[in-house]
Design a protein around this ligand. Structure first.
Ligand code: URA
Length: 231
């Protein structure tokens, strides 16, 4: 990677301010290629820098797979109540740019949520143009009619206050009140609005897949880093 000033590196990756980095350097806590560096104006490749013997976290971007629990909003606004960022390392929020979710899930929705500090990835994976498929396990209040399968597949379902109809979506009815829905877009509250428009309010929603990512082995509230794809 391009060499950068050490103090910039520590603030970019969320470790602390430039003045904090200065103190760490003076205390001999920072090394570059094994040599203690006491001046944070010095430049280095972030991959060569250690703080307290540990490498800088994810210098070329961070991608995290998170099993979102119910009861947390996907928002950086602390006024909206308990939010997912309370459950994640503080350092990720202090990165610049900060880690943010790729799309959002409602407060009561559980399941796969990806987070990153790579703006390009957010753009790519939230745009319907890139056709990233998302699968939702849905429970409704009411009885799902078989006609919904063709209706959702037709690409004609017009939701209130939307310019365009929903893109074709694949619905599999699993029981009178449960279904699996695969979408490639993410309009505001889309799943709830699709079922709600057909007289079947959603009572439980879980995203079981986002692109190739699933939370099979991750307990609710747990996260793990995943490799960043080539963009
Ligand atoms: N659609 C919704 O209605 N809610 C979600 O959380 C995700 C998709």
């Amino acid at each position: 990677m391009q060499p950068r000033r050490l103090d910039q590196i520590f603030s970019r990756y969320g470790y602390g301010s430039r003045s904090e980095a200065k103190h760490w350097a003076r205390a001999g806590r920072i090394t570059v290629k094994g040599e203690v560096v006491k001046d944070t104006a010095e430049k280095a490749d972030p991959f060569d820098v250690l703080i307290d013997g540990k490498p800088i976290e994810a210098p070329d971007g961070l991608l995290v797979l998170f099993h979102k629990p119910a009861g947390y909003v996907c928002s950086h606004d602390t006024r909206e109540g308990a939010n997912i960022y309370d459950l994640l390392p503080k350092q990720w929020l202090q990165r610049n740019p900060p880690v943010t979710s790729i799309g959002r899930l409602d407060k009561d929705t559980t399941g796969v949520l990806l987070l990153t500090d790579l703006g390009e990835l957010v753009q790519r994976w939230t745009s319907p143009k890139h056709k990233v498929s998302k699968v939702y396990d849905v429970t409704v209040d009411g009885t799902l009619k078989p006609e919904l399968v063709d209706l959702f597949a037709a690409g004609t379902l017009q939701l209130e206050d939307e310019d365009k109809p929903c893109l074709p979506a694949k619905l599999e009815i699993l029981s009178p009140n449960t279904a699996r829905l695969e979408l490639i877009e993410g309009k505001y509250h889309q799943v709830k609005r699709m079922f709600g428009s057909q007289g079947c309010p959603v009572t439980k929603l879980h995203r079981s897949r986002f692109g190739d990512y699933t939370v099979d082995d991750l307990a609710i509230g747990q996260w793990r880093m995943v490799a960043t794809p080539a963009i």
